[in-house]
Design a protein around this ligand. Structure first.
Ligand SMILES: C[S@@+](CC[C@H](N)C(=O)[O-])C[C@H]1O[C@@H](n2cnc3c(N)ncnc32)[C@H](O)[C@@H]1O
Length: 227
């Protein structure tokens, strides 16, 4: 599955060009930045929890004891055929991550005008963790869409059919999504569908520390219409 995530994210990110990408909300996860830094000079990471922002900052500042990504880096370096491998990928990603900022999607967030618009926004498993209804989900997709330049992209990743997920002992809400809701949300936000991919989840083969009732993972990319 890790290989699927890596290759699909790389393939989808490769559909877009530009200067600046945002990840909303990144959690403690650097993987999209590793792949994004191949294309985008600047990456802004937004994250709701101070704990996750601390992990992101620790990695950016080379306090790697908190966050060992060497095996991911090695896989990405291999995928990219990086001649200088691991060191090159890590250095490139650290340079690209220019901002790590708080963001609360429930609180009608606004972005600094200096940061907008983004060429691409990537968002994985976040909107469905925050939205309680399809209408709220669609409103959040529209909000993210308003931060993207015309011709820029939204790259969405998540799980279909998922009503909860666990991290260790903790159980979290997830809005049960279907492909038709995600596609309608993108359309209503003024985006045209570009590419999709789907990965079946085997319920008998889940990491016990990270369970859910999802029936599959999706990637969907879309391009913002010019007015
Ligand atoms: C399942 S995690 C996904 C994290 C990461 N994108 C990934 O791919 O693993 C859900 C994310 O939603 C964030 N979140 C929870 N409540 C939020 C809120 N009110 N506003 C913005 N993000 C929120 C969490 O902090 C967390 O980063």
């Amino acid at each position: 599955m890790v290989n699927y995530l890596l290759t699909t994210t790389a393939q989808f990110a490769g559909d877009f060009r530009g200067d600046c990408m945002a990840d909303i909300c990144a959690g403690p996860v650097i993987l999209p930045s590793i792949l994004g830094s191949r294309i985008f000079k600047r990456i802004h990471l937004y994250e709701y929890t101070p704990q996750c922002r601390e992990v992101l900052n620790a990695w950016k500042n080379k306090n790697e004891g908190l966050f060992d990504l060497s095996s991911f880096m090695k896989t990405v370096a291999d995928l990219e055929g990086c001649r200088s491998g691991l060191y090159f990928c890590s250095a490139r990603t650290r340079t690209a991550i220019t901002r790590i900022l708080p963001l609360d999607l429930t609180n009608t967030p606004t972005m600094s005008k200096d940061d907008l618009p983004f060429d691409v926004i990537y968002s994985a498993w976040t909107l469905e963790a925050v939205a309680k209804t399809n209408a709220e989900y669609k409103a959040m997709v529209s909000l993210l869409g308003s931060w993207v330049r015309p011709g820029g992209g939204l790259l969405m990743m998540g799980s279909y059919g998922q009503t909860f997920y666990t991290l260790g002992e903790k159980k979290f809400h997830s809005l049960k999504l279907s492909e038709s809701v995600v596609l309608a949300a993108l359309d209503e936000a003024g985006f045209r569908f570009k590419r999709k991919s789907y990965f079946d989840v085997d319920p008998d083969n889940m990491d016990p520390a990270c369970l859910s009732d999802s029936n599959g993972l999706f990637f969907i990319s879309a391009v913002k219409n010019h007015e």
